[in-house]
Write a protein that binds this ligand. Structure first.
Ligand code: PLP
Length: 442
């Protein structure tokens, strides 16, 4: 693009953008050319308050000097090291640091390059784990309606978003889905965990009975479903899933790609809800979104099951060219330092009441039919326009962008997840701008 401030549709034609209305975008481009802390700078020179931490990933805010410097240094020192049968110290240091902040028992880490790859990795570990334990008949995977687990074949198979699944044939076989936990009406305008719906977990028992426990490898859920509109687990729900999985020898995987790294005020949602899964998938906040990297946490029980046979043999036939890449590892270490120095992994707990008050103050705006929150996450559900679903929220998104506020929308739901460095005055700015938009009867 010759002049980034004057992009024409022709300049933008080659990039087929992900999860984007490409034709609309290219007529009316929205480009960021800079960012610092809580704000983006647009191609037309405006400041936009980041209400979504990029895509739920920039937890420490933008262009943090420590992370930038770590990347710069590492790139000049050791740019790449083969990931198979060889290593470099930072990947090991990072894994140790990661297990230190995870729940007790999450003792080992496999690296990936994204949330989608973390999910594929966890599903493969689950199947292989049962094989090495001599339970090869456990091949079924159970996901959930309205679940999002990335876009690769395993992830869309266990995921429950129809539009992400319907074009792609039969997907993985042997997958079943639990119902989602959203109970409209009854739980509307709840703060934190909804009262109603915990019993939906018993649907897992029904599915397990239907297929027989001896055929089921793993259950995967997002503790808080983010991409389908912030569905917060009802009271008791996750605990009940854990009980059922334990009873039947089924592995429980928490997909914490968005809840990991402080979003709820604890390092991981597993700690917030006091539930111990067998694996946790992460990405995004691991490197503050700056460099692609993901990590799958597994228990010693799972890891140790693979550590048998002759020592010169590879124990698990899986991995990526970039698993534990040196520059990504350096970025992640600097990110963990930043989280620690600034208390960011617990900051959501300190701010969540102020956040919830500001969010729920929009209840009286026209067309708002529900508001939900937990940690530094919020959702505002709008009444869809008859015959034009998603239009109302998309209009809010466009107006917010014009007004200098980045929000995210899914269907007719506005989802908010700001960087964890947010201050109270940013929260006031965010909800002040949103009120102006919603009051205008979009
Ligand atoms: N899992 C969850 C819960 C997510 O929210 C996402 C992305 O938003 C993913 C997996 C996929 O992550 P990625 O886009 O890095 O592949």
């Amino acid at each position: 693009m010759s002049d980034r401030l004057n992009a024409t549709p022709n300049d933008l034609r080659a990039f087929w953008m992900p999860f984007t209305a490409n034709r609309q975008f290219k007529k009316e481009p929205r480009l960021f050319v800079g960012a610092k802390d809580m704000y983006y700078t647009t191609h037309d020179g405006r400041q936009v308050l980041d209400g979504t931490a990029g895509l739920w990933c920039v937890n420490a805010g933008h262009c943090r000097p420590k992370i930038t410097e770590a990347i710069r240094q590492q790139a000049g020192e050791l740019d790449y090291a083969p990931a198979f049968q060889l290593g470099h110290p930072k990947a090991f240091e990072l894994a140790n640091r990661l297990v230190d902040i995870a729940s007790e028992g999450m003792d080992h880490v496999l690296y990936t390059n994204s949330g989608s790859e973390s999910v594929e990795t966890a599903l493969k570990v689950a199947l292989a784990y049962h094989r090495v334990k001599g339970n090869g008949s456990r091949f079924r995977l159970i996901g959930r309606e309205r679940g999002y687990h990335g876009v690769n074949f395993g992830g869309i198979s266990v995921g429950g978003i129809v539009s992400n699944r319907k074009m792609f044939g039969t997907l993985l076989t042997g997958v079943d889905h639990m119902p989602h936990t959203h109970v409209p009406g009854k739980n509307a305008f709840t703060r934190g965990e909804p009262e109603h719906g915990g019993d939906i977990a018993s649907e897992l028992e029904r599915i397990v009975t239907l297929h027989d426990p001896s055929t089921i490898a793993a259950v995967i859920v997002e503790p808080v479903a983010g991409s389908t509109g912030v569905l917060i687990p009802p009271k008791g729900y996750l605990q009940k899933l854990r009980e059922i999985c334990t009873k039947h020898g089924i592995l429980l995987i928490f997909d914490e790609v968005i809840t990991g790294f402080g979003r709820l005020g604890t390092p991981f949602a597993a700690q917030y809800y006091d539930v111990k899964p067998d694996m946790i998938t992460t990405a995004k906040g691991l490197t503050n979104g700056v460099i692609p990297m993901g990590a799958v946490f597994v228990t010693s029980e799972i890891h140790d099951a693979f550590m048998q046979g002759p020592e010169h043999m590879i124990e698990f036939f899986h991995g990526y060219t970039y698993s534990g890449n040196p520059i990504a590892s350096a970025a992640a270490l600097a990110t963990l330092d930043t989280y620690k120095e600034e208390g960011l992994l617990t900051r959501a707990a300190e701010l969540s009441d102020y956040w919830a008050d500001a969010l729920h103050s929009l209840k009286d705006c026209p067309n708002v039919i529900d508001i939900r929150n937990t940690g530094l996450i919020g959702a505002i559900e709008l009444d869809p326009i008859a015959g034009e679903p998603t239009k109302r929220a998309f209009t809010a998104f466009l107006k917010a962008y014009e007004k200098g506020l980045l929000i995210r929308t899914t269907g007719d739901i506005i989802a908010l997840s700001p960087p964890l460095i947010i201050e109270k005055h940013h929260i006031d700015e965010l909800f002040g701008k949103l009120r102006d938009i919603l009051q205008n009867n979009i």
